[in-house]
Write a protein of this length. Structure first.
Length: 203
C-alpha cells in the first residue's frame, strides 16, 4: 500500500551553530518511511506518523509513506521502489527488527543492499541501551543502496524516537558523503562559514 505524504534542515555537527550550518550548507534531505506491519494502517501507524513529525521538525521532507506487510519479499520490493523510483535520500523502515519469527526487516534490507553501514545501527543501540536494556535485542541494520541510505527503526513510537535521536545529527553528513560532497573537515566548514559571514551572507 502506497501513501504519498507531505513535508518533512538539518541538525549541525558538533561545534558548529545549527542555524549557521542551515544557512550555509542548505542541506535538504528527502525521506521515505516504510512501516512493516501486518496490522497497522496509515491511520493507526503512530510510529510512522511520529517519524514524519520528527523529519518535519528538522526542516526536511517526507515524500512517501508506505505500510507494508511483514513479508520479506514485500518489504524488499518496497525498499527497491523507494530507493530506485523516488528522490528519497534516506529510507526509514519502522518495525520488524526484533526477535519474532515475523520480524524480517533486516533480512529484507540485506536482500536489496549494496553494502551495510554498521556504525549507524551501533549508534542507535548504544543510545537506546542507556535508556533500556531491551535495546540490545534489536537486530536493526543500516545499509546503502546506490545513493540511498536505508535505516531500520523499531516499531514502537518511543523506541523509534529514541533511535532517531541517537543518529539525527549525522544524517546531513551521510547524505553529502553519498553524493560525493561529504569529506570536508570541521576546519573546512568553519572556514566556509567565516567567509560567508565576512561577505554578509549569513544575516
Amino acid at each position: 500500500m502506497l501513501f504519498e505524504h507531505g513535508t518533512c534542515a538539518p541538525a549541525s555537527p558538533l561545534g558548529v551553530s545549527r542555524e549557521l550550518l542551515r544557512k550555509e550548507v542548505k542541506v535538504t534531505i528527502k525521506f521515505a518511511i516504510i512501516t512493516c506491519s501486518d496490522t497497522r494502517t496509515l491511520e493507526t501507524d503512530e510510529a510512522g506518523q511520529k517519524l514524519e513529525q520528527l523529519i518535519a521538525e528538522q526542516g526536511w521532507e517526507c515524500i512517501r509513506r508506505v505500510v507494508e506487510m511483514d513479508e520479506r519479499p514485500f518489504i524488499a520490493g518496497a525498499l527497491i521502489d523507494a530507493c530506485d523510483n523516488t528522490d528519497a535520500d534516506i529510507v526509514l523502515t519502522c518495525g520488524g527488527s526484533g526477535l519474532s519469527l515475523r520480524d524480517v526487516t533486516p533480512e529484507a534490507t540485506r536482500d536489496v543492499a549494496d553494502r551495510e553501514v554498521p556504525g549507524i545501527a551501533e549508534a542507535m543501540r548504544a543510545h537506546s541501551v542507556a535508556i533500556t536494556p531491551f535495546a540490545m535485542l534489536s537486530r536493526a541494520i543500516c545499509a546503502q543502496r546506490g545513493h540511498t541510505l536505508i535505516i531500520n527503526l523499531p516499531g514502537s513510537t518511543k523506541a523509534a524516537t529514541e533511535n532517531w535521536e541517537g543518529i539525527v545529527a549525522a544524517l546531513p553528513h551521510a547524505v553529502k558523503m553519498m553524493a560525493g560532497e561529504g569529506h570536508s573537515t570541521q576546519k573546512d566548514l568553519s572556514e566556509k562559514l567565516a567567509a560567508a559571514a565576512a561577505r554578509g551572507e549569513l544575516g
